[in-house]
Design a protein around this ligand. Structure first.
Ligand SMILES: *[C@@H]1O[C@H](CO)[C@@H](O)[C@H](O)[C@H]1NC(C)=O
Ligand SMILES: *[C@@H]1O[C@H](CO)[C@@H](O)[C@H](O)[C@H]1NC(C)=O
Ligand SMILES: *[C@@H]1O[C@H](CO)[C@@H](O)[C@H](O)[C@H]1NC(C)=O
Ligand SMILES: *[C@@H]1O[C@H](CO)[C@@H](O)[C@H](O)[C@H]1NC(C)=O
Length: 458
């Protein structure tokens, strides 16, 4: 989850404005060599805007990258949809900083990402909800304030996208994302399941599974683990633990009184105090010496030639922000509301669910996810909780741990923080590919290997 700070400081605005004009100049300087700025091979296969309803001019901006080396005919190749968190953070962060085919460098150029998630799958990034990134919110009132509205808009955008080309029509769709998308993803998946049950065969969305990275899904259950988590990692002492526990309880009390915006405020306070107590560079990864440099993406996307290459239709004065304060404010009171019941419903329908967490994330990490997962009402939960935690290896090295029962898989990614595809590019690619294709530890049945499983001593 991206924490938004409301900047009151006018100097920040001034500096942003200065930076922006600097980039306008920079862009003119670069326009002589646009192709070096945005090489043709880095262009999305398709990009543009998807309407959210026939009666509105609001739309969701997308970039789509076809599979690079698909192992199946394109008409059957899985399609991954990526949703960023926030609320209000742009999926272009995922595109250019985490898992897209080209990532932005410190010198604001693009370099190929060999660990892209579109190696063998199509990959669609959606700036969700409207008002986020390059997505258009024609009126403030249309910006979603709850997960139903988010799902409704996403459903319209996804069905429209699938209609853009007959090659998309029957492909299995996997909805993936990170952080606050831990709420969007169950919401859109449930919405699709409901719609599919009343739609005709050829109008259904071919949903095949959902994958949530470091997700906020059941916020109260997740929030009350921070004090213990930080204490047992060795980052705070017992007195600080008690202090944090008191703040956590305050947030719980606001929830009990159904005062959702105060509950969000109280949760933010827990994390702010934890930040102050630990003095870490970022709670998103306790091992980092500096925060993630995802601001590079905003700098890159504020270059006119880059926007033009991406098919963005905004005037020069539009300032792209990695996270929208307006969308964040619209969903502020929604933040602490749980969508756990939606995940339960998805599992009951035997839809495949992958949860994965970078192990070093202190905001929405391993402990925060396990806390709500084990409290789920699902017939398989006991088997899941008591199941083996398998050691997961990539190229012979320990990459993390996989726990799986039927359609639910949970992965701990070692050496990763909040942005797993940035921190562990190759392992994240192996994980998503194996999970989608049900290979390795994600296999659907026990793969008996006779030569290694039966060694007779006689
Ligand atoms: C796709 O295959 C080509 C040719 O083998 C290779 O050069 C390229 O690196 C592959 N792309 C990815 C993302 O693996
Ligand atoms: C929530 O609590 C705050 C602070 O006491 C109060 O100002 C606000 O009106 C309350 N909101 C609701 C919806 O009860
Ligand atoms: C954290 O520390 C800063 C600087 O000392 C202080 O201004 C801020 O109020 C503190 N925040 C909290 C929530 O204690
Ligand atoms: C069985 O295990 C051997 C040795 O690890 C491996 O080389 C082989 O590919 C495996 N066979 C199958 C079908 O998985």
């Amino acid at each position: 989850m991206k924490k938004m700070k409301m900047e009151k400081d006018p100097t920040t605005l001034f500096i942003n404005t200065l930076l922006f004009f600097f980039f306008l100049q920079f862009q003119r300087f670069l326009s002589v060599s646009d192709s070096s700025l945005f090489p043709i091979e880095a262009l999305p296969t398709k990009s543009g805007y998807l309407p959210i309803s026939p009666t509105s001019t609001s739309s969701i901006f997308y970039t789509f990258y076809e599979a690079q080396n698909s192992t199946s005919p394109l008409s059957q190749t899985p399609l991954l949809i990526w949703l960023q968190g926030g609320p209000g953070c742009s999926s272009m962060m995922g595109n250019f900083y985490e898992l897209g085919p080209y990532l932005v460098t410190n010198s604001l150029t693009l370099q190929p990402n060999p660990s892209s998630w579109n190696r063998i799958f199509g990959l669609l990034f959606l700036d969700n909800p409207i008002g986020t990134g390059f997505s258009v919110a024609s009126t403030l009132e249309e910006i979603p304030t709850n997960q139903n509205a988010v799902a409704e808009h996403l459903f319209a955008a996804i069905t429209r996208f699938v209609q853009l080309d007959h090659v998309f029509k029957h492909r299995p769709i996997y909805i993936t994302g990170e952080s606050y998308a831990g709420k969007y993803i169950p919401a859109i998946a449930c919405y699709i399941l409901e719609k599919n049950s009343v739609l005709k065969d050829n109008e259904r969305v071919n949903l095949a599974g959902v994958a949530i990275g470091n997700g906020l899904t059941d916020p109260v259950t997740q929030m009350v683990t921070h004090a213990e988590n930080a204490y047992y990692v060795g980052l705070i002492n017992e007195r600080q633990k008690h202090e944090l526990e008191k703040l956590q309880l305050e947030a719980v009390e606001w929830v009990e009184r159904r005062n959702w915006s105060e509950a969000t405020r109280a949760r933010n306070r827990v994390l702010d105090v934890l930040q102050n107590m630990t003095g870490l560079a970022t709670l998103y990864d306790y091992s980092r010496k500096a925060p993630y440099e995802d601001e590079l993406v905003a700098k890159f996307l504020n270059i006119g030639a880059v926007r033009k290459a991406l098919g963005v239709k905004v005037d020069e004065l539009f300032v792209y922000e990695k996270c929208s304060k307006i969308v964040w404010a619209a969903l502020y009171a929604d933040l602490m509301k749980s969508v756990k019941y939606m995940v339960e419903k998805i599992l009951k329908e035997e839809m495949r669910v992958l949860l994965y967490q970078g192990q070093r994330d202190l905001r929405v990490g391993v402990v925060q996810v396990e806390a709500w997962v084990k409290s789920m009402k699902w017939e398989g939960i006991e088997e899941f909780v008591n199941g083996e935690r398998e050691i997961w290896k990539v190229n012979g090295k320990v990459a993390g741990y996989v726990q799986k029962w039927k359609s639910l898989s949970n992965v701990v990614v070692l050496g990763g923080g909040h942005l797993v595809p940035s921190d562990q590019p190759l392992n994240s690619q192996v994980m998503i590919e194996d999970w989608v294709l049900e290979k390795g530890l994600f296999g659907s049945a026990l793969e008996l290997n006779v030569s290694t499983n039966f060694v007779y001593d006689g």
